[in-house]
Design a protein around this ligand. Structure first.
Ligand code: HAM
Length: 429
């Protein structure tokens, strides 16, 4: 019987080099922005008590109702792979009681049982930030700016920051009642899915992309027009702040996020280059009631997460932030066998030059110069460092530029590192 060949499970992907280099480069960019703004890295478990997510994210959300990877462990505990970070970060905050404002950033995989398609995976990666402990609108501005600066660093130009406010426990219930009264009258005009389940979360009808819902809700009341004085003031100050700091945004009164915990400021980053069902490269907002909801002290908070997979898809579509084609600067060609080539490679690496060497002898003898130069060329290195019998005897190294057609040169061994650096240019070192 033929052995089964395994493949990555549906909705998951392997990210291989050189693509994976983009991931580390992206994370470095974000870490830099986050650290500049005073955020520290938080690491939380990949799985948590199931009830953390059902309470935190909300029973009526698609994430909890349909998409959770739930399981029982050998001790009979009900657990779930995390579908998002925010509930875990809030749990960690309640558990450890750090000083506020507590500002943290994170990255890692999340799991949602969704129908896989381009830009929608069952294991997908997010990076993001959360700040707990202040209701100051300056923090809302800082959060949106942090997300936006990353978009700018990637040189993505076709991304729009959509901004809305969802009110708070004071004004949302009254608004919700008005919306329910409106939708009840237009129920039969909604799309089939929302006709069946709009009552579970009436607000979701507003950002349904289907034409019947769009038409039916054309004149629906909007939260923006029904804010209490405090929420209206907060909303104005957030917009003033964003204008002053220079973060472009578009007010989108129909923006309703797919998680239940939001209050006041909400935002989403929409990439024009991606198909509309998956065009959100990130989103976030305030969740002033969540810490209390999960059993902690009343603590206002805000955060956002960006989807790494989607961000990179948007980069591909816009031709920016390309994967670096080469992972090497120098390739050491070994024509003598023994340890000379390894010593040369090690010396280059110690000097910060990305270096690899030819492996595999044939019949105990090194492979031909031609075969190793072919491997050097395939490796993407800028220069081949040839270690042959003459070089070893004379204390020299031969450097052969592999791109751009320059002549090969012979240098003394002590000058090798400097000469390699000069050949690979300033671009990397
Ligand atoms: P979310 O909108 O569910 O928010 O996810 C944020 C981003 O993760 C999305 O905009 C998208 O780029 C990416 N994403 C979500 N699901 C998938 C998927 N199946 N495949 C690929 N990418 C996906 C949250 O998760 C909130 N925790 C954000 C937040 C943080 N709010 C406050 N703090």
């Amino acid at each position: 019987m033929a052995a089964t060949t395994h493949r990555a499970p549906s909705g998951t992907r392997d990210i291989l080099p050189p693509e994976s280099q983009r991931w580390t480069a992206l994370l470095e960019l974000f870490e830099r922005e986050a650290v500049l703004a005073g955020y520290g890295l938080v690491l939380t478990p990949l799985f948590e008590d199931l009830s953390l997510f059902s309470r935190g994210v909300g029973e009526s959300t698609d994430i909890v109702a349909k998409e959770m990877y739930e399981f029982e462990d050998k001790g009979g505990r009900a657990l779930a792979l995390r579908p998002e970070f925010t509930a875990s970060v809030v749990r960690a905050f309640i558990q450890h009681r750090p000083a506020t404002p507590w500002k943290v950033w994170y990255w890692g995989p999340n799991f949602r049982y969704e129908r896989p398609q381009a830009g929608r995976y069952r294991q997908f990666f997010q990076l993001g930030a959360e700040a707990l402990g202040t209701a100051d609108p300056a923090l809302d501005v800082e959060m949106v700016a942090l997300a936006w600066r990353l978009i700018e660093s990637l040189r993505l130009t076709r991304v729009t920051c959509l901004l809305n406010t969802l009110g708070d426990a004071n004004c949302r219930p009254q608004y919700r009642a008005k919306l329910i009264a409106y939708v009840s009258e237009h129920e039969h005009e909604l799309c089939p899915e929302h006709q069946a389940r709009w009552r579970q979360n009436p607000l979701r009808v507003l950002d349904c992309k289907k034409e019947p819902c769009r038409r039916a809700t054309q004149d629906a009341p909007l939260q923006l027009d029904h804010l209490c004085d405090e929420c209206a003031d907060h909303w104005k100050r957030v917009r003033d702040g964003l204008d002053t700091v220079g973060i472009p945004y578009q007010v989108e009164p129909r923006l309703v996020r797919g998680l239940d915990y939001y209050t006041r400021t909400t935002f989403e980053l929409a990439a024009e280059a991606l198909e509309s069902a998956q065009n959100a490269v990130g989103g976030g907002g305030r969740y002033d009631g969540l810490v209390e909801e999960l059993g902690g002290p009343a603590t206002p908070a805000i955060g956002f997460s960006l989807g790494i997979d989607r961000l990179l898809l948007a980069c591909d579509a816009d031709g920016v932030f390309a994967a670096c084609s080469s992972v090497l600067d120098a390739f050491v060609v070994d024509l003598v066998g023994g340890w000379q080539a390894s010593a040369v490679t090690d010396e280059l690496r110690r000097a910060g030059v990305r270096a690899d060497r030819g492996f595999e002898c044939e019949d105990g003898r090194p492979r031909s110069l031609k075969a190793q130069l072919r491997a050097a060329d395939r490796s993407g290195a800028a220069v081949a460092v040839i270690v042959g019998a003459d070089e070893v005897a004379g204390g020299t190294a031969t450097l052969k530029p592999l791109r751009g057609g320059a002549e090969q040169v012979s240098v003394r061994r002590e000058e090798m590192v400097g000469a390699v650096r000069a050949l690979i240019g300033d671009s990397r070192l």
